[in-house]
Design a protein around this ligand. Structure first.
Ligand SMILES: Nc1ncnc2c1ncn2[C@@H]1O[C@H](COP(=O)(O)OP(=O)(O)OP(=O)(O)O)[C@@H](O)[C@H]1O
Ligand SMILES: [Mg+2]
Length: 268
């Protein structure tokens, strides 16, 4: 079953800015779909059309079987959205933040209470329920933000750049939670990122978007194969250990713009 289907989806902003320029793609149930592209590529604009926050200029999008223009209210019941900027209330506790979202979705108190417990476990924030969010770290806030997008048990969740601005370690943690969501809860995930590494690690399939157009689409393996000449392979004498990991991370960061993936191979 397809959870998202677009047909020539387009958004033109005033001043003839073609932010999204006739894109076609499909996302299947249970899939993690990565939307990879540089700043200004049209990622957030695409998400906002799919989650009914803005109307397409032309083309169509069907989300969870429903046309986003014809019946936006129905679409919203089925989806969760975690915006690019953290949407949590700093001056409330984690529990209060989640409960507020639950009430937006008209859930009753008992249901909210039950789900809050499960969601705090899911994002590994158990014990922090009643702490004020201003005392959370950036990674904890993002995890709470993700939990908030899940309170109404959506079939599909949009995560707009979920790890931007986080340190490498916290990013890896968030990746684990996201992977878990798809596996443990069967939620379809539409994720945007400008980190190739993130798309490669998380996504079942990736669409690469630039200047509003999809310029490549496929599984990470297919995309890597199509640009096979740009794979860098290191042959270290020893692998493992903190120093090695740090070296790999740095090399990866340094090559991020030129090489799609960095493979490593034990030296013969
Ligand atoms: N409300 C708006 N009015 C006019 N132009 C806009 C509006 N929103 C976005 N744009 C333009 O549309 C283009 C795509 O923007 P968008 O926010 O979708 O990019 P993005 O891929 O999410 O980028 P980033 O990685 O920086 O978040 C940009 O050129 C941006 O300036
Ligand atoms: Mg964006």
């Amino acid at each position: 079953m397809s959870v998202i289907v677009t047909n020539q989806l387009t958004k033109v902003f005033p001043g003839n800015i073609r932010a999204v320029d006739g894109i076609d793609f499909e996302v299947k149930a249970g899939e993690i779909f990565g939307f990879l592209g540089p700043n200004g590529a049209g990622k957030t604009t695409t998400i906002k059309m799919l989650n009914t926050l803005i109307k397409p200029t032309s083309g169509t999008a069907v989300v969870t079987g429903i046309d986003v223009v014809r019946n936006p209210a129905e679409v919203r019941k089925n989806i969760g959205y975690v915006a690019q900027d953290v949407g949590v209330d700093e001056y409330a506790t984690g529990r209060e933040n989640l409960a507020l979202y639950g009430r937006f979705y008209r859930l009753d108190g008992r249901t909210i209470k039950q789900r809050v417990k499960g969601l705090f476990e899911l994002v590994d924030l158990t014990g922090y329920e009643d702490k004020i969010v201003s005392t959370y770290s950036g990674g904890m806030r993002k995890r709470l933000d993700i939990a908030m997008g899940l309170i109404h048990q959506p079939q599909l969740i949009f995560l707009d750049e979920p790890t931007v601005g986080l340190d490498p370690q916290t990013r890896v943690h968030i990746w684990d939670y996201i992977g878990n969501l798809a596996k443990a809860m069967g939620i379809t995930i539409f994720l945007t990122t400008h980190y190739m590494e993130e798309a490669d690690r998380l996504a079942d399939r990736i669409a690469i978007i630039d200047l509003g157009k999809i310029i490549a689409m496929g599984t990470p393996a297919e995309l890597k194969q199509s640009i096979g000449g740009d794979v860098v392979t290191l042959s270290p004498r020893e692998t493992g250990g903190e120093q090695y990991e740090e070296f790999i991370r740095r090399t990866q960061a340094a090559l991020a713009d030129q090489a799609f993936i960095l493979g490593t191979q034990e030296a013969a």
